[in-house]
Design a binder for this molecule. Structure first.
Ligand SMILES: Nc1nc2c(c(=O)[nH]1)N[C@H]1C(S)=C(S)[C@@H](COP(=O)(O)OP(=O)(O)OC[C@H]3O[C@@H](n4cnc5c(=O)[nH]c(N)nc54)[C@H](O)[C@@H]3O)O[C@H]1N2
Ligand SMILES: Nc1nc2c(c(=O)[nH]1)N[C@H]1C(S)=C(S)[C@@H](COP(=O)(O)OP(=O)(O)OC[C@H]3O[C@@H](n4cnc5c(=O)[nH]c(N)nc54)[C@H](O)[C@@H]3O)O[C@H]1N2
Ligand SMILES: [Mo]
Length: 757
């Protein structure tokens, strides 16, 4: 086996997460993307009371009032947007679309900020500048020419503000459709669908303060050192006061092992770090439901010997379905749990023992839980576990889904929902005086299938990179080319923009960091974080180009050009965004006194009934849900078949690739790697550093293949493999998704890995 130093770009990273390595990486991001002189000022305004909301993640801030919270990946997100590089019409004059399609994803976005509206010109195969009015007129004409409003798809990526997303869904609904594919459909939809059945709401129930009171954290399937970096400050504090943090993750993630807080002068000066996980369980990819069932089964046994471990009083008063859950758990044999989870009985019993001791437990989780064939039911097992000991409605306890995009939760709250409920529809009709459509629309998978079949002909994207984020690029890229019109509202160029059909328009918009000035002066927008806090965000930088418009302005422009008889006063709302918020408040009573309450630093919290032990389920109680069997994904796994999960590197934001390193996992300058357990390498006749072919092994679908990947030995659970998203998306069929939530099963693909000939 070659040593790491013999392989280009593979070198274990000895340091803790955070620390000096993070400071160095931040300095580099600033140097490469921004004018040094303005960088400190901009970074200092991130998440300050009068500043902008960090576009990096949805983790809340201490009241948005704290001193500067250092965050490497937040700084990358900000500098990437505030870059001094520009993609002007001259840039498109120099490069055809065909040529640009040959560029790497990183290079497309790294070209800089889009400056002017563009339309595709087939003759020259180039995007050319057009005026805003002409762009709107073309969009309006195309939409009006559709025989049926349901032939248009309105996609939202979760960076859009509440104001932009609200206007977007009003536009689409007045136009006549509920087709709202959105990034949440690829992300936490399992939470949005699963938790309402369990506890009555599809959101988390903890606040930041709860972490100060928690006696135990059980962290499942998320990588906060990279994806929710400000959470590391919180976990660091929890670890320091001695509360255990139990981790379930197939990969040993450095930040979950040890972390040096760049805010901590002593740790920085002494090069020391704090251990984060008190115990680390390398569950098999797709083995979490089995692990959760094992913990619950062990808890029943503890309760048998010392009654009271299970909170029978809470269960009697607040829940239903316990008897069925108990029967199922007692009937599930330990051997099967061990096989499916890849964890030993003793390990799961020790987790149950720690859980039994804790009076207040928080369970944070991420994509490792949701992106599976039975992700929705797995989320419900987390709720079951918490309900067994009454971990709702008290300080320091609750469920904590780690949302993805910085406002993905807010976008859903303000009406981006393909299956609108009666209250939403009535609220819209009352507020605006038009009758919104009631028929359910498309989520992301359904939208892509409709585009592929030619049933949908127009796609309007409020941000994002839909075709690259979705599974199966062969199918999705081909689908994009069948569109009559694609409209992309974007800050930066990406591959989805280049997959042109008959007509394509790019509309460049302001980012979070930039001043948004309308008729009545500078405007703020609002966002909702992972903990349901709604607060204002106001950009400070001068716009990247004079010809940019805000997202609300672009939506209003399209609406006015599409709906000549509109009942909505777009111009008034655009002139003063507080009028958009008044309309949101009118549609959604939970936003009462919206404009007043966002004046308070930190904003306000939307109501969360389970925190008051109220359960807005049909029965008025929380519901235990039985997970039939143990397998999250595929029932039978042949010996040489591994389960491949797709993950984010430290240098990326979804499809945005900031750089080619994944420092903590020891990968530098490349992304074409597949992480494998050394024993699995050997069992497949492979050596560390072999060039391999990864091939899917579905019973019911033809094999898809990726060639030329570098197999590397990594600390990952046996039977599991991992590769980067989006490089590995070609291995995920469009039909491979959780039928309850529509979430693609990006984190469980059966594969064979062979040496490339
Ligand atoms: N810097 C940065 N920040 C981000 C993003 C980004 O790309 N970059 N993306 C944003 C978005 S949209 C989202 S949704 C979040 C994503 O945040 P995360 O949920 O942290 O994202 P992932 O990297 O997809 O995967 C998370 C972890 O799940 C583990 N995992 C994989 N499969 C399994 C499994 O079967 N079981 C268990 N228990 N664990 C598993 C992986 O090893 C990895 O550590 O972050 C948000 N924040
Ligand atoms: N294999 C695999 N696939 C996955 C995942 C996975 O774990 N594995 N994760 C899934 C998840 S969790 C998600 S959320 C999706 C993400 O899917 P998307 O949200 O569609 O993708 P992003 O990469 O976040 O979008 C990046 C683009 O957004 C635009 N943009 C950035 N900022 C702004 C802004 O302020 N306004 C506007 N209008 N545009 C902006 C830029 O043009 C940029 O190119 O991907 C999913 N795909
Ligand atoms: Mo996400």
């Amino acid at each position: 086996m070659p040593a790491d130093h013999d392989l280009t770009g593979i070198k274990p990273y000895p340091g803790p997460a955070g620390g000096w390595g993070a400071l160095k990486a931040t300095a580099r991001a600033v140097r490469e993307q921004m004018e040094l002189a303005e960088a400190p000022g901009v970074l200092l305004r991130t998440n300050k009371p009068d500043g902008f909301d960090c576009p990096g993640c949805a983790w809340p801030d201490k009241e948005h009032t704290s001193t500067f919270q250092f965050c490497e990946n937040g700084a990358k997100a900000v500098t990437w947007e505030a870059t001094k590089k520009r993609v002007t019409p001259e840039f498109f004059g120099r490069h055809t679309v065909t040529e640009l399609l040959g560029w790497r994803d990183h290079d497309l976005e790294d070209a800089g900020r889009l400056t002017d509206p563009l339309a595709y010109d087939r003759l020259s195969d180039k995007f050319r500048e057009i005026g805003w009015d002409e762009a709107f007129a073309r969009i309006g004409a195309a939409l009006r020419a559709l025989p049926n409003a349901n032939m248009a798809e309105f996609y939202t990526s979760g960076r859009a503000s509440n104001e932009a997303a609200f206007l977007f869904q009003i536009f689409a609904r007045e136009f006549g459709t509920n087709n709202f594919p959105d990034c949440s459909n690829m992300c936490h939809e399992a939470t949005s669908q699963g938790l309402p059945v369990s506890i009555g709401i599809g959101k988390g129930t903890v606040s930041l303060e709860d972490f100060d009171h928690a006696e135990l954290i059980i962290s499942m399937g998320h990588n906060p050192g990279t994806n929710h970096p400000r959470m590391m400050g919180t976990l660091h504090e929890v670890a320091r006061r001695g509360a255990p943090i139990i981790v379930f993750n197939p990969l040993k993630e450095r930040a979950l092992e040890r972390f040096a807080d760049p805010q901590d002068a002593v740790e920085m000066a002494t090069f020391s770090a704090t251990g984060i996980a008190s115990s680390y369980h390398q569950v098999k990819v797709g083995g979490d439901a089995a692990a959760l069932k094992g913990i619950m089964k062990a808890l029943l046994a503890l309760d048998d010997s010392s009654p009271g471990v299970i909170d029978h009083g809470f269960i009697a008063q607040h829940t239903q379905g316990y008897a069925a859950l108990e029967a199922d758990l007692r009937g599930t044999p330990w051997e099967a749990i061990e096989t499916a989870s890849g964890l030993g009985r003793a390990a799961l019993e020790s987790v149950a023992a720690a859980y039994a001791k804790s009076n207040a437990t928080i369970l944070p989780y991420g994509m490792g839980i949701t992106q599976h064939l039975r992700g929705t039911e797995t989320v419900q097992q987390i709720a079951n576990l918490l309900l067994l000991r009454g971990n709702f409605g008290k300080p320091g306890a609750g469920i904590c889904p780690l949302r993805g995009h910085s406002n993905v939760q807010g976008d859903r709250t303000v009406g981006i929902n393909e299956k609108p409920g009666a209250a939403l529809l009535a609220g819209i009709e009352k507020t605006f005086g038009f009758k919104p459509p009631t028929a359910h629309g498309h989520d992301s998978v359904a939208a892509m299938q409709a585009i592929a079949d030619g049933r949908s002909k127009i796609l309007i994207s409020l941000g994002g990179n839909l075709a690259v984020a979705m599974p199966d690029p062969v199918a999705c890229f081909a689908a994009m080319r069948k569109l009559d019109l694609a409209v992309h509202i974007a800050t930066k160029l990406n591959r989805s923009h280049l997959l042109v059909g008959r007509d394509a328009i790019i509309l460049p918009c302001l980012g979070r960091t930039e001043q948004d000035i309308q008729e009545t002066g500078p405007q703020s927008v609002t966002v909702e974080d992972s903990m349901t806090m709604v607060h204002a965000s106001r950009g400070k930088l001068p716009p990247a180009s004079k010809n940019l418009r805000s997202e609300p302005a672009i939506v209003a422009g399209m609406a006015l050009a599409t709906l000549p008889a509109t009942k909505v006063d777009w111009r008034a709302m655009l002139a003063d965004y507080s009028r958009i918020r008044d309309a949101i408040e009118s549609v959604f009573p939970d936003f009462r006194d919206y404009n007043q309450r966002i004046q308070i630093p930190g904003g306000f919290r939307l109501p969360l009934p389970p925190t008051e032990l109220k359960w807005p389920t049909p029965s008025g109680r929380a519901q235990f849900i039985v997970f039939d069997g143990l397998e999250e994904d595929l029932a039978t796994v042949a010996p040489k078949i591994l389960r491949l999960t797709t993950i984010r590197s430290h240098d990326q934001y979804n499809t945005t690739i900031y750089g080619m390193d994944d420092r903590y996992r020891g990968v530098f300058g490349r992304r074409d790697v597949v992480f494998m357990n050394a024993a699995d390498l050997a069992a497949n006749g492979l050596a560390h550093g072999d060039t391999v072919t990864i091939e899917t092994a579905f019973d019911n679908a033809p094999a898809a293949r990726l060639e030329g990947f570098l197999a590397i030995a990594h600390d990952i659970a046996r039977g599991s493999a991992a590769a980067y998203y989006p490089e590995a998306n070609g291995l995920v069929p469009l039909s491979h998704y959780d039928k309850k939530s529509g979430t693609p099963s990006y984190k469980s693909v059966p594969v064979r890995i062979r040496k490339q000939k």
